[in-house]
Design a protein around this ligand. Structure first.
Ligand code: PLP
Length: 220
């Protein structure tokens, strides 16, 4: 099947409230353009250099999302070019985003990445770090950074029970933070979970943003 057909099939399987991020890492600008021509506007990259290289070669109304691990020294470069950063996984990164956004006089939209998988290699905040951060009230001091929600990656396994449990726990955390701290502020509204192999389960568990690469573009 062509990548355009893949897009149509995936779109047809998504409920209206679920946003598709087309994960275009390692894929060419031609491939990205062909999905753009079918109406796709949100693309996700996991490397700063790759995003910065592709962006000027493609239409300017594309919303670029950063989904990969970030280093603090790349933050300044990437901020003006991203609509949403999914992968804010430490307080150090959050602090740097706030600092650089203030310097640039922009407001950056971010998600906090939560560690839900069994693999230690995956990054993210622990549940208690997230709860501690919000209960401390420190998030109210952010002036140029807007926390739009949470992101998580489940364990890479065929065991659906494990994946379902991880997604459900993240959804519970999301609901709790949302109702306890963002009741008057609907900006905290994005729960980014689900990739090619597990996006349907993620949606069942309450995801409203899925990040799909290989199912769309083919294996990398
Ligand atoms: C690569 C990547 C994806 C997409 O993975 P697929 O399995 O190809 O759909 C989603 N999220 C993150 C953070 C990624 O790095």
């Amino acid at each position: 099947m062509s990548i355009k057909e893949n897009l149509l099939n995936i779109k047809a399987s998504l409920p209206d409230n679920v946003t598709l991020v087309a994960v275009s890492k390692t894929k060419s600008v031609e491939e990205i353009k062909s999905l753009y021509d079918e109406g796709q506007r949100i693309f996700g990259e996991n490397k700063v250099q790759e995003l910065l290289l592709k962006k000027p070669l493609l239409p300017s109304d594309i919303e670029w999302h950063m989904i990969g691990n970030l280093q603090t020294n790349k933050i300044k470069q990437i901020l003006p070019h991203t609509a949403l950063i999914h992968s804010v996984s430490s307080f150090k990164l959050l602090q740097e985003i706030e600092k650089q956004s203030t310097n640039l006089n922009i407001c950056s939209r971010i998600l906090l990445q939560v560690h839900i998988a069994k693999e230690e290699s995956k990054s993210g905040f622990s549940f208690s770090e997230i709860e501690g951060y919000f209960s401390s009230g420190d998030f109210k001091n952010l002036k140029n950074t807007s926390i739009h929600g949470l992101m998580g990656m489940a364990t890479f396994t065929d065991n659906q029970q494990i994946v379902k449990k991880e997604f459900s726990e993240l959804r519970e955390l999301f609901d709790k933070i949302s109702s306890n701290y963002f009741d008057q502020n609907p900006s905290f509204s994005t729960l980014s979970m689900g990739m090619s192999g597990d996006y349907k389960l993620a949606i069942e568990c309450g995801s409203n943003m899925v990040r799909i690469g290989s199912l769309l573009f083919g294996e990398r």
